[in-house]
Design a protein around this ligand. Structure first.
Ligand code: HPA
Length: 233
């Protein structure tokens, strides 16, 4: 028996899972970087695969976009399948002018506008933080692989489209490197449910300068990010 949104049998999902937003990216990465990858979920098209990376069992599955979708899968992966390490691998829009497209970021913390995160804490603000052990391991793996990373804070939003041009000024002033849509709730839920979480992000566009990655640059840096993630299995 699976969970409500995942049809895998218990045991078919590894202790470590990578979570890109896009399920087709999960499929692409499973087909190109994993050995003996087997699809464990097709419910709602949210494809998930388990295979082997350097002989270690590891899974990869789409999370969907936004914290609502991510929260559903994170809950079920930990509670039903006993997943112990959840690593978001995705993109972010840089709000720091100097950040170049293709830059890999290891997120130490995620500020954000998740209503779920706020209501759970009675309106107070929980500081959603990555697991230090995973962060350190990812940093070491990146150094070994010769991949440059920046460590810092990010912002998770539920609104991709917004009218306010000054929206990110104060966040940039407070050290936020980039904006994405999933990590805040991932970090909070993982802590609550006693699992470890990290987010590895690549800058896909710079919100300040308007720069955006070519599809070739995207592919290269996405695969770099996946390799760091798989090293954590
Ligand atoms: N906003 C939110 N999420 C994103 C963006 C953005 O500009 N770019 C990539 N993910």
């Amino acid at each position: 028996m699976g969970s409500i949104h995942i049809s895998a049998k218990v045991g078919e999902i590894a202790d470590t899972i990578l979570l890109p937003g896009d399920p087709m990216r999960a499929k692409h990465v499973a087909e190109n970087l994993l050995q003996d990858a087997v699809c464990f979920n097709q419910v709602r098209g949210m494809l998930g695969f388990t295979g082997f990376y350097n002989g270690k069992k590891v899974s990869i599955m789409g999370s969907g976009m936004g914290m609502g979708s991510t929260a559903i899968y994170v809950n079920e992966l930990i509670e039903t399948y006993g997943v112990k390490q959840l690593i978001r691998v995705g993109t972010c829009g840089a709000i720091k002018t100097e950040l170049e497209v293709g830059q890999v970021i290891l997120a130490m913390s995620a500020s954000g506008d998740s209503g779920a995160n706020r209501s759970y804490f009675g309106g107070l603000h929980y500081a959603a933080t990555a697991d230090f052990d995973l962060l350190l391991k990812a940093y070491s793996a990146a150094q070994r692989l010769g991949i440059d990373t920046k460590q810092g804070s990010i912002f998770s939003t539920n609104t991709f489209y917004d009218d306010d041009p000054q929206r990110w000024d104060k966040w940039e002033q407070h050290g936020i490197l980039g904006v994405e849509m999933e990590s805040q709730i991932l970090f909070t839920l993982a802590k609550r449910l006693k699992a470890k979480a990290l987010a590895i992000l690549t800058v896909s566009d710079n919100i300040r300068t308007g720069a955006s990655a070519s599809s070739q640059e995207r592919e290269q840096s996405y695969m770099d990010m996946m390799r760091i993630g798989f090293e954590l299995a």
